[in-house]
Design a protein around this ligand. Sequence first.
Ligand SMILES: C[S@@+](CC[C@H](N)C(=O)[O-])C[C@H]1O[C@@H](n2cnc3c(N)ncnc32)[C@H](O)[C@@H]1O
Length: 310
Amino acid sequence: MTFEFEKHISVMRNEIVENIKDNFSTKDLIIGADLTFGGGGHVFSILEELPNTYVYGVDQDPDAIENGKKKIESSPYKEQIELIYSNFVNFPKIFSDLKKHEGLDFITLDLGVSSHQFDKFERGFSYREDGPLDMRMNYKDDEVLTASDIVNTFEEEDLANLIFKYGEERLSRRIAKNIVEKRAEKPFLTTKELEETVFLSYPARQRHKRPHPATRTFQALRIAVNRELDVVSDVIPLLYPLLNDGGIIQIISFHSLEDRIVKWSFKDAAKEDDQLKILTKKPVLPTQTEILNNPRARSAKLRVIKKITS
Ligand SMILES: C[S@@+](CC[C@H](N)C(=O)[O-])C[C@H]1O[C@@H](n2cnc3c(N)ncnc32)[C@H](O)[C@@H]1O
């Protein structure tokens, strides 16, 4: 049986697996966590190459968890994966409450959305086809504001600041002004409605350039809806105490705002704790071959930090 999640090609799969192999290939039992389980691509690759591994797999997307359960059931690794439906910011507490293992040899994060989330128009992440303006990774959590809640209720200035800060969009003020004008006629409910307003906010000669005019505004809303930057900066410091001696944290990010957080969190931690050593002075980038095969990988950056043996 093929699951929709198999459409997602894992980014920097080899690098993620090799880092674990380099550090732990002689260990009898490797314990790790993938805090962004998604389609399970990284987890299954790790298990295939290092079958003596036990992994906690975390995702806040109900679809990822449903698909993951089925995939795990029909795999040889049923006893070796514990799937956890939660925001990863809660993982450190969940892990210590479970009291199953003392610590972790590796922790992996592959941030952002999966192809499954992006390609499923009902989820509202994409403007390529019409869908509800939602963008919640955890669409069962009614306490999370959707993208349409934000677009229809935020003050013009707050909207402009959000689009500027999270989308690095130069035309944020004009876009926010046009959104506010348009929503006075009728609230925004779908992705295409928003795409059209953003498109028309661009000067005519720039509308057909790449990236599409709506790209930055959609990125900004997605980051705001899922509080993507906050949860990353909140969780990283909570992960170091979970590491076994020799344990590694590897994080793949997809845009400069996220990468900056990872870079500075690692730097600060290494400065304060001489047991923590950054293994990637510069971020590791995907190979040209990978980018050719999977254009989604083009903006990926991988950073790794290690807890050295005391
Ligand atoms: C890029 S995909 C991961 C793909 C996965 N590495 C693979 O190879 O199949 C990112 C996944 O992380 C999940 N995710 C993102 N932020 C999260 C958070 N704060 N808490 C839990 N899951 C999160 C998303 O729902 C998505 O399924």
